[in-house]
Design a protein around this ligand. Structure first.
Ligand code: BTN
Length: 337
């Protein structure tokens, strides 16, 4: 079955500037068949989206760095043909409020098929626990995948951990070394957050469960973006820090889609059992002192991995306690090495 691809529609001005070279206002106006004033307005719009376009007197305009725009063909090239068959739709957007919201507002795909949505920019990207997800234009990957589980929501508690495994595998394929996972599903590099996962569920009792899996990855980060994100108290990293070069956003996006599609089919068949050992191998906090924050209290102990349902195991003075994702959040105790 063919995948329906809805293409990105970036402003042509951005397509011309994406090479990072200097373009004169005159050449841009000619190429776009508009006035110099219209070029100037277009430049202002790009700046308004957070793109660093500099203007050099009597020479022209250029982006601070070359920009790799999302490209459906390059994304598809990373997806195994068997997994591509599972994909019903691949939508690339220039801007959107949130890719998760977009897919949640759509009808669910039939069981066994998936819809994907990626956007260059999210105006209201959402993180877990009501937080915002901040990603500067062209610096990350923001994608969502919609999937319907035939057997409903009862076995989905550990899905977020399996998503973490799939994303870590995908980043490895894109050249990132040393990925780890912080329960339930943050992707870490050297104890800094490189990406996060937001899973949202629509299910009716006894019926199939429609999930939207949202993944946000920092591919590159400027010093300014790092400062902005870290002002919320989270230490961040980017795929570029872990791969010793400039990673391709299309490769990262395609590899994540491929690994998610593969994971979903296996999770539906075998459950979390197929992912527990791989998750444990990537566990960033096992054996380390941590703090577990619950709605009404805070507990201290040593992280001891996860059980067969993906619940966190915490060793405390009064024994081992288990926590399911959603009821608890986890912090590494500062100063631990
Ligand atoms: C987190 O760590 O808090 C989860 C972040 C999830 C962000 C992604 S970006 C794509 C998708 N759309 C959203 O609005 N959020 C998720």
């Amino acid at each position: 079955m063919a995948v329906s691809i809805t293409g990105l529609d970036p402003p042509l001005l951005l397509v011309l500037l994406a090479d990072g070279r200097l373009h004169s206002g005159e050449a841009l106006a000619k190429e776009l068949d508009v006035s110099r004033a219209a070029v100037w307005k277009g430049i202002e719009r790009l700046r308004g989206l957070g793109l660093p376009v500099s203007a050099l007197a009597r020479q022209g305009y250029r982006l601070a760095n070359p920009l790799e725009l999302l490209d459906a063909q390059r994304i598809r090239a990373e997806i195994d043909p068997r997994h591509l068959q599972q994909l019903r739709g691949l939508e690339l957007l220039f801007e959107v409020d949130s890719t998760n919201t977009r897919l949640l507002d759509r009808s669910a795909p039939p069981a066994g098929r998936a819809d994907a949505c990626l956007s260059e920019l999210q105006h209201a990207g959402r993180g877990r626990r009501g937080r915002r997800w901040i990603a500067p234009f062209g610096a990350g990957v923001a994608l969502s995948l919609s999937w319907t589980f035939r057997d409903g929501a009862s076995t989905l508690a550990a899905l977020s951990l399996a998503v973490g495994v799939a994303v870590a595998r995908a980043l490895g394929r894109a050249g990132a070394q040393g990925m780890t996972l912080k329960w339930p599903n943050d992707i870490w590099f050297e104890s800094r957050k490189i990406g996060g996962v937001l899973i949202e569920l629509r299910a009716e009792a006894g019926g199939p469960a429609h999930v939207v899996i949202g993944v946000g990855i920092n591919v590159t980060l400027t010093a300014e973006a790092r400062r902005e994100i870290e002002s919320s108290g989270v230490a961040v990293a980017a795929v570029a820090d872990a791969s010793g070069g400039l990673p391709s956003r299309n490769l990262v996006a395609g590899a994540i889609l491929d690994e998610l599609l593969s994971m979903l089919a296996q999770f539906e068949r075998d459950g979390f059992g197929a992912f527990r050992d791989p998750w444990t191998a990537l566990d960033a906090l096992s054996g380390r002192p941590v703090q577990v924050l619950l709605a009404e209290k805070c507990l201290y102990g040593t992280a001891r991995g996860v059980d067969r349902d993906g619940a966190l195991l915490l060793e405390t003075a009064s024994g081992v306690q288990r926590f399911v994702s959603g009821e608890a959040s986890l912090r590494l105790i500062e100063g631990d090495t």
